[in-house]
Design a protein around this ligand. Structure first.
Ligand code: ADP
Ligand code: ZN
Length: 437
């Protein structure tokens, strides 16, 4: 059967001018609607602005920022813009550091969320003939229900396998003829490792063809590793619960940046210190304004995620701008001896070495000689017993790491299975044990 390459041709391929007109209309409506929340009424009063001040898209910069702390302080329902009786679901973040953040949805919000995810899945090639298996946790974690409803909207046969139990995941993949899997990247690697242990060859024994990987930072090298190991195309999926969850931005088949759906969001990239916009192409903090939400619209939400806008048009025919691969959050950045380092820079080097697996842990400690970084990384198989060969490998990896991050880490190559990675949660890549004083 031949299908359109677009799930929603009109919204996906509209020209920039049409898209921007739609954005302005939706922004003005959203700002007026925000006045239902005391939180925004007060912010507007402080800034001396009213919804009538929003006359162009650039006027978004007159609006107040919203932060995760604002959501926490007004926990649980302080930013609701509709009565609770009109809401049909809430999601919340883990809340390890104080009150969790709560996000409310009306039925229309859930519907539009499903449309956004369906658009993403269709964009990477998902069709009603596909069998879609979701290995994300169901429940409060938005990637569970978020992908579920999106895949159902495409009309795929869905397998809500949920998180964990890798042997069962693999059995489902084989028995149900799963063609598309959604997994966080660290878990995609785990599925492959367990397949190997079980003698399952993904190319021979499964019909897998697409992986949607997201929810945590990962390098291009990690994507390629997943593609080669599992014999699939792997697409980057960016989501954040405060904006809804998955479906915010997604790679198309060009695999060159993630289209962010500008009929849902107004995108800004700012300098996190001066809060001023940075020029297109420059790295900064992603700030998003929801323009297609009823229950809890958010103005200029500071995601803390660092990325940049990719200049130029995409060959796929969509004019929604593209974000570069997310670098990690501003608070993931390691500052060691005055040097700024992102874990993803380290991963990029490690994964160039076939002898290494995708599991690694960065530990920062204060020693007598000052702060030191130790990188433990698992060997991909019992690579060799040859001490000299291992030492050579260690030296070469260390040299390349130093070139990338400008300091020399202590490197420890450890056997497979030494670093416990969880089946269920986003991988923990950094342990900071430094003494502050
Ligand atoms: P939390 O992790 O705070 O419990 P979320 O589940 O909403 O809450 O996670 C959203 C965050 O996950 C984003 O802000 C971002 O830091 C990270 N993230 C999501 N998708 C990606 C991706 N494709 N690449 C890198 N980071 C991602
Ligand atoms: Zn594209």
């Amino acid at each position: 059967m031949s299908y359109s390459p677009y799930f929603n041709p009109e919204l996906e391929t509209m020209s920039r001018a049409e898209l921007e007109a739609l954005q302005l209309e939706r922004l003005q409506k959203t700002v007026r609607h925000c006045m239902n929340a005391e939180f925004y009424r007060e912010k507007f009063a402080e800034l001396g602005i009213t919804p009538d001040d929003i006359q162009s898209l650039d006027d978004v910069r007159k609006l107040p920022f919203t932060t995760k702390d604002d959501l926490r302080e007004h926990y649980p329902f302080g930013l609701a813009c509709v009565p609770l009786r009109d809401c049909t679901r809430l999601h919340s973040s883990s809340g390890t550091t104080g009150n969790p953040t709560v996000v409310l949805h009306t039925q229309r919000d859930l519907d539009e969320w499903a449309n956004a995810v369906a658009r993403c899945l269709w964009m990477v090639g998902g069709r009603p003939e596909d069998v879609f298996q979701n290995s994300a946790g169901y429940g409060m974690f938005t990637a569970g229900l978020g992908f579920q409803y999106g895949a159902e909207r495409v009309g795929m046969l869905t397998v809500p396998a949920a998180a964990g139990n890798t042997l069962r995941q693999i059995k489902f993949i084989k028995d149900f003829g799963t063609t598309i899997v959604h997994a966080i990247p660290s878990y995609a690697s785990r599925i492959y490792e367990v397949m190997k242990e079980q003698g399952v060859d993904p190319r021979r024994d499964t019909q897998l063809r697409i992986l949607c990987i997201g929810a945590e930072p990962h390098s291009e090298e990690q994507r390629q590793r997943i593609e080669q190991n599992l014999g699939v195309k792997a697409y980057n999926s960016y989501g954040i619960s405060e904006m809804m969850g998955p479906g915010v931005a997604f790679e198309c088949q060009e695999q060159n940046g993630l289209h962010i759906w500008e009929d849902y969001f107004i995108v800004e990239i700012i300098d996190p210190v001066t809060l001023e916009p940075v020029p297109d192409g420059q790295l900064g903090e992603l700030v998003l304004t929801t323009i297609n939400r009823e229950a809890m619209p958010l103005l200029r939400y500071r995601t803390r995620d660092l990325t940049r806008i990719l200049p130029g048009e995409c060959a796929c025919g969509r004019h929604h701008r593209r974000l570069a691969r997310l670098q990690g959050r501003s608070d993931d950045m390691i500052i060691l001896k005055g040097v700024n380092i992102f874990p993803i820079q380290i991963e990029k080097i490690l994964l160039k070495f076939k002898e290494l697996s995708t599991d690694y842990l960065i530990t920062l400690e204060t020693k007598e000689e000052g702060d030191v970084m130790t990188i433990e990384v698992e060997l991909s198989q019992l690579f060799t017993d040859d001490y000299a060969q291992l030492k050579n490998l260690e030296r070469e990896i260390t040299r390349q790491l130093k070139d990338e991050i400008l300091i020399t880490p202590r490197l420890r190559l450890v056997n497979k299975g030494t670093l416990a990675v969880s089946d269920e949660k986003k991988a923990v890549r950094v342990k900071d044990l430094r003494k502050l004083f």
